[in-house]
Design a protein around this ligand. Structure first.
Ligand SMILES: C[S@@+](CC[C@H](N)C(=O)[O-])C[C@H]1O[C@@H](n2cnc3c(N)ncnc32)[C@H](O)[C@@H]1O
Length: 298
């Protein structure tokens, strides 16, 4: 199985995992970034990995089998329930992995006809087909608008609602009936919207951004790679808020210094060379936050 880790050099430079450190990879996937983290922290470090996809996790296990590695099958939205000790590095590389796209039977791609599943975790939750059956046209339209950033979603939502779509081909047929020759341009957004909704990706990211920063040890670094503007905006806003000191409304003086600092003012993006070599990296944006060391009173 091949998956080239996105922004690997940049992640290693900015997150700088060091010998003996504790690293939490919230999206182990096929273990690409995690292998590099493990190499850097050595035998005295500790790697905790998490993935919603049991198949990816099984594969990662084969690459990451070491006594100082613990892998969990689960959603990073439930991070708090793992009761982890403070971490020196926390990392999330959001979204799809290569097998999700390459294995047509997962239902993530409109390029092949397959059951309309789209779940990262095939052991739980409803499939995209079940979700469409449960929703009315208004709900489907909101998903297409909010998560696919599509306009004029009403007719497609009605077509999807009425179609009882069971396969990726059924969704494609609906899009072609509504958008005609424009369908190929719209289909990636339609599939993105359904995938985000099925996996509640926005809700999961919100929970991650609320929980993970407080798990950082002083001096710890947290990095997130996102692949579309909805996610990047959430990461940007959350990190900026954490890195902003509290000021008095009257005097403007700082009343509480920020406990975090931004390590990236602007998102780090793939080099031209990486984007050419690995087209899947093209939309990647990487942001890093650091937990400040406690201020000592002299
Ligand atoms: C881009 S891939 C990660 C690739 C990995 N960095 C590597 O180098 O192999 C994203 C992974 O995150 C997982 N994932 C997505 N959302 C998740 C969530 N809310 N909780 C846990 N895992 C999630 C997917 O199943 C997928 O395996």
């Amino acid at each position: 199985m091949h998956h080239e880790p996105v922004l690997l050099t940049e992640a290693m430079d900015l997150l700088a995992p060091a010998k003996g450190e504790a690293v939490l990879d919230c999206t182990v996937g096929l273990g690409g970034h995690a292998s590099a983290f493990l190499g850097a922290i050595g035998e005295s470090g500790r790697l905790t990995g998490l993935d919603a996809d049991a198949e990816n996790l099984r594969y990662a296990q084969t690459r990451l089998s070491a006594p100082n590695v613990v892998l969990h099958h689960g959603n990073f939205r439930d991070l708090a329930s793992l009761a982890l000790p403070p971490q020196d590095v926390i990392f999330a590389d959001l979204g799809l992995s290569s097998p999700h796209v390459d294995d047509a039977s997962r239902g993530f791609t409109f390029r092949n006809d397959a059951p309309l599943d789209m779940r990262f975790n095939r052991d739980a939750g409803e499939t995209a087909a079940e979700m469409l059956q449960r929703m009315d046209a208004e709900e489907i339209s909101a998903i297409l608008h909010d998560f696919g950033e599509l306009r004029q979603t009403r007719r497609l939502a009605q077509a999807l609602g009425a179609s009882a779509a069971q396969t990726t081909g059924d969704v494609r047929t609906c899009a072609e009936a509504v958008f005609g020759f424009r369908a190929p341009r719209v289909l990636p957004q339609v599939f993105q919207a359904l995938r985000i909704a099925v996996n509640d990706e926005i809700g999961s990211l919100r929970a991650l951004l609320e929980t993970a920063p407080s798990l950082l040890a002083p001096g710890g670094r947290m990095g997130v790679i996102s692949y579309h503007s909805l996610e990047d905006r959430m990461v940007k806003v959350a990190m900026k808020a954490l890195a902003t000191p509290v000021r008095s409304a009257e005097t403007g003086a700082v009343t509480e210094p920020a406990r975090y600092a931004l390590r990236t003012r602007k998102p780090v993006v793939p080099s031209e060379e990486e984007a050419k070599r690995n087209p899947r990296s093209r939309s990647a944006k990487f942001r890093v936050l650091e937990r400040c060391l406690p201020q000592t009173d002299l």
